[in-house]
Design a protein around this ligand. Structure first.
Ligand SMILES: NC(=O)c1ccc[n+]([C@@H]2O[C@H](COP(=O)([O-])OP(=O)(O)OC[C@H]3O[C@@H](n4cnc5c(N)ncnc54)[C@H](O)[C@@H]3O)[C@@H](O)[C@H]2O)c1
Length: 367
């Protein structure tokens, strides 16, 4: 992700000036590959460098809390990858620390930055869906489909107690709550582990976390939904898909084809494409970086996200561009992940306070 961040920093006219990685070799390799001139011996040295204003944390999950606390302590703005932390208590303490230090933050829930997503959000807010009844979808990948596939995420000490859900399920839930304005209030969850061990001959690791999960939920505005999350679904590379169905119309979006979305009705179904007059909402046009007919994708969305993040960092009165995800949204995701883990362990429904964490600009919330 450091590479995606570095491109997005530059795309917004800023300078990626220093890097630290896990070892000296890794720091040098990354600096060469990303064209970054300052190689720092330790993360602490980087965080305290006087010419560095913003800290980007793109490490394995378990390091996020410690590094983000250090960055906040140094008074630097922080972009920290999701999941914000591997525990709910760490997420709460980070949000509190950032607020106390008046440090601006961002978490790359980047799928908020597709024009189609903003347009669906605008249409649902304007009442086009009517009363939303069913909110369902999935986020499916296959990069851990075989027994020999492995990664630091498989190790709970580095990735956290949930893998598939905390890694990608949080993106889906963030998107659902962002687009619909609904909040999850109750959920039940089933975790599935395809392999008890992973890796090749040289290194076999025990697997402590789930390869897939299914969550059933209810929302504060009376909708029900499901989301299936998997890292073992062959052929599915990065298929974040949702269908939100209401009394007047349905909206469908697929991240692998992000320049359009589908609107379903009883009389007709329509596909609306970015760059056409079907994109009616100013906010959807605002996050559309390319002219009509020029396909945009993940890096483009990331670039717009980073532009918003840096704009909020520069803004001393704390005003944020619409829909910029911050540590509060990372905290909201931590609440949901915590509930999902507890529900899967207890095989019971678990309550989630709809007003914990975050909220976007259409909501008022306490924690
Ligand atoms: N927002 C998104 O769409 C998105 C997508 C993918 C990953 N992520 C998140 O980004 C983070 C990184 O994931 P990734 O896929 O890039 O992982 P990765 O394994 O490709 O990269 C992690 C990097 O961290 C470095 N590292 C490890 N320990 C370190 C330490 N102690 N100090 C400094 N550097 C250290 C490693 O050398 C490596 O370069 C994760 O938290 C992941 O959830 C977010």
């Amino acid at each position: 992700m450091a590479e995606v961040h570095a491109r997005a920093i530059r795309a917004n006219g800023h300078h990626a000036s220093g890097i630290n990685s896990s070892t000296r070799d890794s720091t040098y390799r990354a600096a060469d590959r990303l064209g970054i001139s300052q190689r720092f011996k330790t993360a602490e040295d980087l965080i305290h460098a006087p010419d560095i204003d913003v800290i980007h944390i793109c490490t394995p999950n378990a390091l996020h809390a410690q590094l983000a606390h250090a960055a906040i302590g140094a008074g630097k703005s922080v972009v920290c990858e999701k999941p914000l932390t591997t525990s709910l208590s760490d997420a709460k303490s980070l949000v509190a620390a950032a607020a106390r230090a008046s440090v601006a933050t961002a978490v790359p829930f980047v799928y908020r930055y597709y024009s189609a997503v903003r347009e669906i959000r605008g249409r649902i807010d304007a009442g086009e869906a009517g009363q939303l009844h069913l909110l369902h979808g999935s986020y499916l990948q296959d990069w851990l489909a075989t027994k020999t596939d492995t990664n630091w995420r498989v190790d709970a000490a580095q990735g956290g107690d949930s893998r598939a859900f905390a890694d990608i399920g949080v993106h889906w839930c963030d998107l659902m709550e962002f687009v619909t304005g609904h909040r999850i209030t109750r959920l039940s969850a089933k975790f599935l582990r395809a392999y008890e061990q992973r890796g090749g001959d040289a290194r076999i690791r025990g697997v402590g976390t789930e390869d897939a999960s299914t969550v059933v939920f209810e929302t504060d505005r009376g909708a029900a939904g499901t989301v299936t999350v998997s890292q073992i679904s062959r052929g599915r590379k990065n298929r974040l898909w949702f269908s939100f169905e209401g009394s007047e119309s349905s909206f469908e979006f697929n991240q692998e084809n992000p320049d359009s979305f589908w609107v379903g009705g009883l009389r007709e179904n329509r596909i609306i494409t970015r760059g056409t007059s079907g994109i009616e909402h100013e906010d959807a046009r605002r996050v559309s970086p390319l002219p009509a007919g020029h396909p945009s994708g993940y890096q483009d969305a990331f670039n717009v996200f980073m532009g918003d993040a840096y704009q909020s960092f520069a803004n001393e009165d704390g005003e944020r561009p619409t829909g910029l995800p911050t540590f509060e949204d990372g905290l909201r995701a931590a609440y949901i992940t915590d509930a999902v883990i507890r529900a899967s362990q207890s095989e019971q429904w678990v309550a989630v306070d709809p007003f914990c964490g975050v909220l976007d600009d259409r909501q008022t919330v306490g924690m």
